[in-house]
Design a protein around this ligand. Structure first.
Ligand code: C5P
Length: 234
């Protein structure tokens, strides 16, 4: 069920990100901080954004041996972010060790799995990653989502177009976070895009929207329109 819009803060510096957030001083929003910004600025950018009252999806796509992954999870719990993610390819033990810590230390932290990156097509999946050549990309995505559920993650990042199948197989409470959102189709480099209202109809829980908001002439107005469209006038 449509819950919130997450703004992707894909900026090269903390200064640019904080400057952008000035428009949102009277509005508490959910933002996504990715590797570019986090590796540049470190935990200080998270503290700054938290001070402004916003929620944070820290998109670092953790992938390592279970013990290292546990340590990374502990560090992110200390940062008090609201959503984090892991590569499901790290395996069920890596994921379940992490979700166990989250359950004990910060049970409201949303943990997501990353299935197959959208930059990986079926050919690359078979030829380079050497993943089961008898399985289609869609089948592998669903199998990966199952592993995430079995490891007690809260949900996955996926295309809105995949949401009905995911919900049908894994239940409506399994959270789906979906990028690739455009008000009008055929802009930027996103190929399989859906509109905010289509994402709601498909059952997406959170949509991730970057450039349509960050590059808008009036980002706050654009954000409000997209949010209204996604929440369906709620
Ligand atoms: O600007 P745009 O709305 O395309 O930004 C989408 C955000 O979602 C970016 O931060 C991008 O890295 C992220 N993302 C994506 N596709 C995925 C996973 C993440 O576009 N499969």
């Amino acid at each position: 069920m449509a819950k919130d819009v997450i703004i992707a803060l894909d900026f090269p510096s903390g200064e640019r990100a904080l400057d952008f957030l000035k428009d949102f001083k009277d509005e508490e929003v959910y933002v996504k901080v990715g590797m570019e910004l986090f590796y540049k600025e470190g935990p200080s950018i998270i503290r700054e954004i938290k001070k402004l009252g916003h929620k944070i999806f820290l998109d670092l796509k953790i992938h390592d041996i279970p013990n290292t992954c546990k340590g990374a999870t502990n560090s992110l719990i200390a940062l008090d972010v609201d959503m984090i993610n892991y590569h499901i390819a790290g395996g069920k033990k890596m994921l379940s060790d992490a979700s166990e810590i989250v359950k004990n230390e910060k049970s409201d932290l949303i943990t997501l799995g990353v299935t197959m990156l959208t930059s990986t097509d079926e050919d690359v999946m078979h030829r380079e990653l050497q993943i089961d050549k008898d399985k289609s990309l869609d089948e592998v995505v669903l199998a990966y989502a199952n592993i995430a559920k079995e490891a007690n993650l809260s949900g996955i990042v996926c295309s809105a177009l995949e949401v009905p199948k995911i919900k049908e197989n894994l239940g409506k409470d399994f959270i789906t976070v979906t990028p690739g959102i455009r008000k009008v189709k055929g802009t930027d480099d996103q190929k399989r895009v859906v509109t905010p209202s289509e994402a709601r109809e498909l059952g997406s829980d959170y949509i991730v929207v970057g450039r349509p908001i960050t590059k808008a002439e009036d980002p706050l107005k654009e954000y409000r329109e997209i949010k209204k469209d996604f929440l369906g006038g709620k």
